[in-house]
Design a protein around this ligand. Structure first.
Ligand SMILES: NC(=O)c1ccc[n+]([C@@H]2O[C@H](COP(=O)([O-])OP(=O)(O)OC[C@H]3O[C@@H](n4cnc5c(N)ncnc54)[C@H](OP(=O)(O)O)[C@@H]3O)[C@@H](O)[C@H]2O)c1
Length: 385
């Protein structure tokens, strides 16, 4: 029986991951979350992990009293303990850059990683891919677009390397709730509208990122690292139906796309099963009725209105500390927007200012990345942009 640990077990990915694990009958070794101890308590009772982690010592003490047979840890060390626990595979569904360090530590311990947390590769792409190679672990994408590319590449059985046969990847994007909006229209959109994603039900941060198109920008950088691509090989196509989750175009002109109704349990199960195809459980698998869908449409992204997407391409092209700054500043700006302290349009306006003022430096390892992250967050929280 496979042993699995999860970072972010109370979130959208974590909860869906546990549904998949339940129908597969696998063993849950360790769970980590932030502050939602109500959901975590139910998960402890259902899945009986040996180890759990929460954000604060206070919540850890509450859980330790309630569940004396479970080891309860907390904070940064707690996340690392869960990441390093004796599992075959770690599902990383935590939100944000805080996922980088535990992922890195899990790789050093030889754990395979099912990665939903895209911020890990945006901020630490080089570090993580290098560690993956040196430690011989598998890095399995969970993001639906990257899983689609992974699935498409798994269809290739020739003898040449994939880098020789991929012409480009087509990264699809729903376009979010403001698809087709003008710059002027974006000035007045509300938090409620931004959180109303047309096709996917996800955590708040990624939902806002989808509305600004930063989510696609982060995914461009994630795809570059995962599949060793040049940025010029990554083409974003707005595809409002979200049926094609992404595609690979090969050098012979053939395109292999992965399709299906939007359901994150499909890529989660594909990753947790190392590419094996399994049913999601009696009555739980969603099949796709192409007649009902009728047509699939594609549009070019509007880079000048949704500038986050253009900024992500530029930050990745420039390299050095730019991707970390892009990611950390964006996380803090989205947080300010969620708290009602800035407008939606100010996410991209302020991000542009932060990036323009940034003096790039080389970041040589985890400590450098974490220090840059803190520096940027402190500035943005103080509204220095
Ligand atoms: N949701 C999706 O469909 C989807 C699809 C593709 C990729 N992703 C990626 O997956 C990641 C998670 O997204 P999500 O939508 O699942 O987010 P979410 O619903 O907001 O869940 C985030 C999880 O992370 C935990 N967490 C947040 N900050 C933490 C901290 N400092 N320490 C410990 N735990 C912390 C939360 O705990 P508490 O709630 O207990 O505080 C929660 O369990 C993101 O990187 C996102 O881009 C998500």
């Amino acid at each position: 029986m496979k042993k699995i640990s999860i970072l972010g077990s109370t979130g959208s990915i974590g909860r869906q991951g546990l549904e998949v694990i339940k129908s597969n009958g696998e063993k849950v070794v360790a769970l980590a979350c932030g502050s939602n101890i109500e959901i975590l308590s139910k998960q402890i009772e259902t899945f009986k992990p040996e180890l759990v982690s929460v954000s604060t010592e206070e919540n850890a003490n509450l859980l330790a009293t309630k569940y004396p047979s479970v080891e309860v840890v907390w904070g940064r060390e707690g996340l690392i303990a869960v990441a390093e626990s004796e599992a075959d595979i770690l599902l990383n569904g935590i939100m944000g850059m805080v996922g980088l360090e535990p992922t890195y530590r899990a790789i050093l311990k030889g754990r395979d990683i099912a990665l939903a947390n895209k911020e890990t590769l945006v901020a630490g792409g080089n570090l993580i891919m290098d560690a993956v190679k040196r430690n011989g672990v598998r890095l399995l994408p969970v993001d639906s677009e990257h899983s689609a590319i992974f699935q498409a590449l798994n269809s290739y059985s020739g003898t040449r390397s994939t880098s020789e046969v991929i012409r480009r990847v087509i990264l699809t994007a729903s376009g979010g709730p403001f698809r087709g909006y003008s710059k002027e229209e974006l000035e007045n959109v509300t938090l409620e509208e931004a959180l109303n994603h047309p096709n996917w039900s996800m955590g708040k941060k990624i939902t806002v990122d989808s509305a600004t198109m930063m989510n696609k920008g982060l995914e461009v950088i994630e795809a570059k690292w995962l599949f060793d691509l040049d940025l010029s090989q990554i083409d974003v196509h707005v595809h409002p139906e979200s049926i094609i989750h992404s595609a690979v175009e090969f050098v012979d002109g053939g395109i292999i796309a992965q399709m299906g109704v939007p359901d994150m349990k499909v890529p989660i199960a594909y990753a947790l099963n190392y590419g094996e195809r399994v049913s999601l459980g009696e009555g739980k698998t969603q099949y796709t009725d192409l007649f009902e869908i009728g047509r699939l449409t594609f549009e070019k992204p509007d880079f000048s209105t949704f500038r986050c997407l253009a900024m992500a391409f530029a930050a990745s092209e420039e390299g050095k500390s730019y991707p970390v700054v892009l990611n950390s500043a964006n996380e803090e700006l989205v947080n300010l927007f969620l708290k009602g302290e800035i407008r939606f349009i100010d996410i991209q306006n302020n991000l542009q200012n932060v990036l323009e003022k940034h003096q790039p430096v080389e970041l040589s390892g985890l400590e450098d990345i974490l220090a840059m992250d803190q520096e940027v967050r402190t500035k943005v929280r103080r509204k220095i942009w």
